[in-house]
Design a protein. Structure first.
Length: 132
């Protein structure tokens, strides 16, 4: 084989490898975050918050070697808190809940009635930023 033929064979072989490994390349890329994936992540958490009728504040974002830790603060009814926490791990990302802190808050209204809300914070470790 000539040098030209060898190079052509190498290029064709590389193209074949790239084509055959597209799925794996996409999967590998999903473990790294960029601006677009961060926006999608925040929007998906906000959508879950709206579905559960539970206002959520993003308290902190920090990177760790295993992924991104997102701290969320919230306050609402037990039903809303439970709904949100049940949906959170099933968003369009691979994640693990690292910690959950819930505290009951009883408020006395003007009429003397008592109203209970729940204050909470959850730390979510996001391992992958693309859809599962």
């Amino acid at each position: 084989l000539s040098v030209y033929d060898t190079r052509q064979f190498s290029v064709a072989s590389l193209r074949s490898i790239v084509t055959k490994t597209e799925t794996e390349q996409t999967q590998l890329a999903s473990y790294f975050y960029n601006e677009d994936s961060m926006v999608k992540l925040v929007e998906s958490i906000e959508a879950l918050s709206r579905e559960a009728k539970l206002p959520v504040d993003f308290a902190d974002l920090k990177t760790e070697k295993n992924g991104l830790i997102i701290s969320l603060n919230f306050e609402g009814s037990w039903l809303a808190v439970n709904d949100f926490l049940a949906k959170l791990p099933h968003g369009p990302y691979v994640s693990q809940m690292q910690s959950i802190d819930l505290r009951e808050r009883v408020i006395e209204t003007e009429g003397g009635a008592k109203q209970t809300t729940w204050l909470g914070q959850v730390e979510l470790l996001v391992l992958s930023f693309e859809a599962k």
